[in-house]
Design a protein around this ligand. Structure first.
Ligand SMILES: O=C(O)[C@H]1NCC[C@@H]1O
Length: 342
């Protein structure tokens, strides 16, 4: 397709969604990302290339809840690719919905050598560590994806915090490649599948800011991982059941995940395991309060992360392609750097 008049470089992307959550995979147009590790590259894009995140995530090319993935080289020999995640506020350390989409993408776009049936393994080096994805592959077609995440652990349970406008609230904090606070939405008189998204976002945002100011997080591997990514409101159905349990994740700058949140499912399974509510290899289904889309999750192995007892969690879901785009900019466009409407 012929490009319209433009100035400077163009940015090409493939768009996908996983359970309704967008993933904009950057194909070309980024300058070289410097740094001798994926975590160092994450710091580099945050400091040197953030204007490109704004161009691709913000309006007029994206929107408030857009999500992106930039493929980078990994320093790990076993990795097929490295990836940096981006959203409306910055750069995440883990993203399960993106791993599910990237698994398919890596096979379809030949980032792995010989695809195998019935599953092709794709090792994706995320900022939190190496995540192993297994992509269904049959007769040349990719399908569902399951992944084994980095060690996940309950960081603290029954933590009392003071939430502005809501008083004392008890939350659990768990890590699934990123830290989340978990709280039952009923504590606020809300239902994660029925309440207005705006009401859920307001509560979750208040919880996030309270935890950020009142709880000091730490991670055994790197200080870069020690921050609260968001709050997940749940339906409280943490006891094992074959019925789905619903949650909604509000992360970054009040951004709403349309999917059940892969890293959130990882953290929630670790929490349930820690509390003795789920056993190894018991599969639970997790439903997005936003769209009703489903992931499954189970703890498959006990391990450790520093001094924390941890589990390896497997999450499974499906991603779909929605299109490809080539974005351009014009020098005279004073909104070209992007803006957000709240
Ligand atoms: O699935 C996930 O883990 C992600 N989705 C958006 C927020 C999280 O990074």
């Amino acid at each position: 397709m012929e490009l319209p008049p433009h100035d400077g470089d163009k940015l090409s992307v493939v768009d996908m969604h996983t359970g309704g959550e967008p993933l904009r995979i950057i194909l070309s147009g980024y300058p070289d990302v410097k740094g001798d590790s994926v975590l160092a590259k994450r710091r580099y894009v945050r400091e040197q290339l953030d204007h490109l995140r704004r161009v691709l995530m913000f309006e007029p090319r994206g929107h408030y809840d857009m999500y992106g993935a930039l493929i980078v080289d990994s320093e790990k020999p076993e990795a097929d690719l490295g990836v940096l995640f981006m959203h409306n506020e910055g750069y995440s350390t883990m993203c399960g919905h993106a791993v599910i989409a990237l698994g398919r993408f890596a096979v379809d776009y030949k980032l792995v050598k010989e695809p195998q049936s019935p599953e092709t393994q794709v090792n994706i080096h995320c900022p939190c560590g190496l995540v192993r994805a297994y992509v269904e592959y049959s007769h040349g077609k990719t399908g569902g994806v399951r992944f084994l995440s980095v060690p996940a652990f309950a960081f603290a349970t029954d933590v009392m915090i003071k939430v502005e406008g809501y008083g004392d609230v008890t939350v659990d904090i768990s890590y699934g490649g990123a830290f989340y606070a978990f709280v039952d939405a009923q504590r606020f008189g809300l239902d994660v599948t029925k309440s207005k998204t705006r009401d859920l976002v307001d509560v979750a945002t208040a919880v996030t800011s309270a935890v950020k100011s009142q709880v000091r997080l730490s991670h055994p591997v790197s200080d870069d991982l020690a921050f609260l990514y968001g709050t997940i409101l749940t339906d409280g159905k943490d006891n094992y059941s074959t019925d789905p349990t619903a949650n909604i994740c509000v992360f970054a700058e009040a951004q709403v995940d349309r999917s059940p949140t892969g890293s959130g499912v990882t953290a929630r399974v670790a929490l349930q395991f820690h509390k003795g509510l789920i056993q190894l290899n018991q599969t639970r289904t997790f439903k997005s309060g936003a769209t009703g889309s489903l992931f499954t999750g189970k703890a498959v192995e006990e391990t450790t992360c520093g001094d924390f007892k941890a589990v390896v969690v497997e999450v499974a879901g499906r991603a779909f392609y929605t299109g490809v785009s080539c974005f351009v900019q014009e020098a005279e466009d004073n909104l070209t750097q992007g803006f957000l409407l709240k």
